[in-house]
Design a protein around this ligand. Sequence first.
Ligand SMILES: NC(=O)c1ccc[n+]([C@@H]2O[C@H](COP(=O)([O-])OP(=O)(O)OC[C@H]3O[C@@H](n4cnc5c(N)ncnc54)[C@H](OP(=O)(O)O)[C@@H]3O)[C@@H](O)[C@H]2O)c1
Length: 284
Amino acid sequence: MTKQGYLVVGASGTVGSEIVRLLKEQGHAVRATTSKESRAQNKDGVEWVHLDVGTGAGIKAAFDGVDRAFFLSPPGYADMYKTLSPLVQEAKRRALKKVVLMTAMGANATETTPFRRVEIELEKSGLTYNIVRPNWFMQNFNTFWVQGIKQQGKILLPAGKAKTSFIDARDISAVAAKLLTGDSLNNRDFDITGPEAIDHDQVAEIISAVSKKNVVYQEVEPSVLQKGLIAAGLPEDYCNFLIMILGFLREGYNAKVTENVQLILGRPPIAFEQYAKDTKQAWI
Ligand SMILES: NC(=O)c1ccc[n+]([C@@H]2O[C@H](COP(=O)([O-])OP(=O)(O)OC[C@H]3O[C@@H](n4cnc5c(N)ncnc54)[C@H](OP(=O)(O)O)[C@@H]3O)[C@@H](O)[C@H]2O)c1
């Protein structure tokens, strides 16, 4: 890399792919990582390299020529300290100019969770950083929960009547790209949310309206969802983690609305209605 190099971990995913697009649009040199060796090649002006946070393979080579980096822990890994700490350590060894770490809203509720432990490691690393903690993604309704909506017209979750300030993942990517490329908000952490908190009945109503399908929210026991997630192939410890954090959602801990998207991007966050309009094909 000759220009300032940006490393994006999780670059083919929901958040990472949009960060890559934004950085490229701004003319930056981007190195994107994939755990699939067959995909490690230059494509559309992006340098794809192999990096597996499960095994640590490819970490050192991925950082060659990199100045700034974005890190996330891929879904499926319940010990996010194990996946992310080697990345923070390598960033420190290379004295990167900046690291943006994405964890999750609530990660700092106690000091001992895997996500919080890696946040602390980054805070104490001496590196310039930002920590971004998004609330539950709107995009879960066109990824994780899409089958229930398409096949049964149901959102089947143990979420009670709790409200959640869902965030559009496009806002998370925009926030991450802005923090990664700028230095005016250095060494701060941000809980980021959508513009309002809504419950899952409201989610179902909005999805019904845009898709012209009858979609309802039906509360299920955590054990029912857990069985379904394990049957879908998710590791048991990660399912347990998801059930635990859905318990926090049900208790109302994800209802908080923050002003941080407005602060960082200078515009309001995307509303659920807009996300649903943009995504309606996924539910038809
Ligand atoms: N969904 C939510 O509501 C929510 C809320 C708050 C926080 N979060 C956090 O958001 C993160 C997930 O972000 P996302 O939805 O953008 O993820 P995603 O769409 O599932 O993408 C994950 C990426 O990680 C890569 N990957 C998979 N296994 C890997 C491995 N072993 N080593 C390195 N890379 C690997 C995948 O690409 P390859 O297959 O090419 O490797 C993919 O690009 C998680 O840390 C989660 O805790 C999610």
